[in-house]
Design a protein. Structure first.
Length: 173
């Protein structure tokens, strides 16, 4: 999965700050923490390392070299910024859940429950068959429809109902 496909430009900085709040880490570990935190995104090393360098120059990070590897940690300035970023992320997540629950007529509690039940193994299976990409594309299309063509919502509901019937058959087989 390509980074820019789902994650908008600029989110890497926020994720690095958030995962380094958990403690110091080297580049590969930062990448794994981002994946664990996002549940689907593994940014390339070609995007992580230049960002780490830039954030170090800005005074948000510092590093020490151990066994030939740079171990990055937040500076005081970086920790303050990370805490602000987490507050904003929590607020954005609440709003996204609200939009999804309204768009899909799903209670917000179920969205959180779905996120919690997606184990690592299930995520890998979803990636393997492309289900995560398909679901992401469906949600994007729904959001576009709601924003740009509200008059088409009844047609969309019919398509979603047909899709749900097909899913029921698959689940019940």
């Amino acid at each position: 999965m390509k980074d820019g496909k789902i994650i908008p430009k600029g989110f890497l900085r926020s994720y690095i700050l958030a995962v380094l709040l958990e403690g110091p880490a080297f580049g590969k570990e930062i990448r794994e923490r981002i994946y664990k935190k996002s549940k689907f995104w593994k940014p390339s090393y070609g995007t992580i390392y230049p960002m780490l360098s830039q954030m170090t120059k800005e005074g948000l990070l510092s590093y020490e070299v151990k066994e030939g590897r740079k171990i990055y940690r937040l500076t005081e300035k970086g920790e303050e910024k990370a805490k602000k970023v987490l507050e904003v992320q929590k607020e954005i997540e609440k709003k996204i859940n609200k939009v999804l629950s309204l768009a899909l007529s799903i209670d917000e509690r179920y969205i959180e429950e779905i996120k919690e039940k997606l184990t690592e193994e299930k995520r890998k299976q979803m990636e393997k068959c492309g289900l995560a990409d398909s679901l992401n594309n469906s949600v994007k299309l729904l959001m576009k429809l709601i924003n740009e063509k509200p008059e088409k919502m009844c047609e969309c509901k019919k398509a979603v109902d047909e899709f749900n019937e097909k899913l029921k058959k698959i689940v019940n087989d």
